[in-house]
Write a protein that binds this ligand. Sequence first.
Ligand SMILES: O=P(O)(O)OC[C@H]1O[C@@H](O)[C@H](O)[C@@H](O)[C@@H]1O
Length: 219
Amino acid sequence: MSTKAFIFDLNGTMIDDMHFHLKIWHEVLTSDLGAKLTIEETRSNMYGKNDELLARVFGEGHFTAEEVTAISQRKEEKYQEIYKPHLDLLPGLFDFLEDAHQAGIRLAIGSAAIPYNIDFVLDNLNIRHYFKVIVSAHDVLQSKPHPEVFLKAAELLGVAPDSCIVFEDAPKGVEAAETAGMQSVVLTTMHTTEEFKRYSNIMLYTKDYKNPLLKELIS
Ligand SMILES: O=P(O)(O)OC[C@H]1O[C@@H](O)[C@H](O)[C@@H](O)[C@@H]1O
């Protein structure tokens, strides 16, 4: 395989923010919306697009589309407020993006986040120019573990799936990459390596982008 593109998941992969999402989702789901969920139950339901998460917890059709949009926006405003003082790329990522860009590797984001959160990261950290393609929650019908987000990113980049490497922090994301026919690098910010055991498309586990083995993906 000759690598032509890197597709990055956002939350937990480029920034270490999943603990903030967990805290706010738990607050919103329990205190605001009355669900009876432990933190652990919130953690295991916290993947995919916000509308899918709400349907998983409360059942399909429990909220109107307008209510879902409002709940989702309120949750992301609360998240941005508590996470903003900590907003930063994972160690080594800025240099890794620059090196990949210099080497002609095409870069994309494939995330379940809404554009409001993707813009928050790209614009506050001044890294938007690295990404030729951004596929957000608004661009796909089904979120991870469905491969749509990564296949769409590859298609928009004009790169075959087997020439893409996906960077992910979540088992559902690695599964989406596997179904899309893509290898993956796992960032161990939120999940243990044990949780990824059943996937066969993992090239490397790493806690950040300072790992010297990552350089081999670029050269
Ligand atoms: O696909 P990504 O970038 O990991 O984003 C996932 C997270 O994105 C956040 O915006 C959602 O509120 C979370 O519920 C979700 O888990």
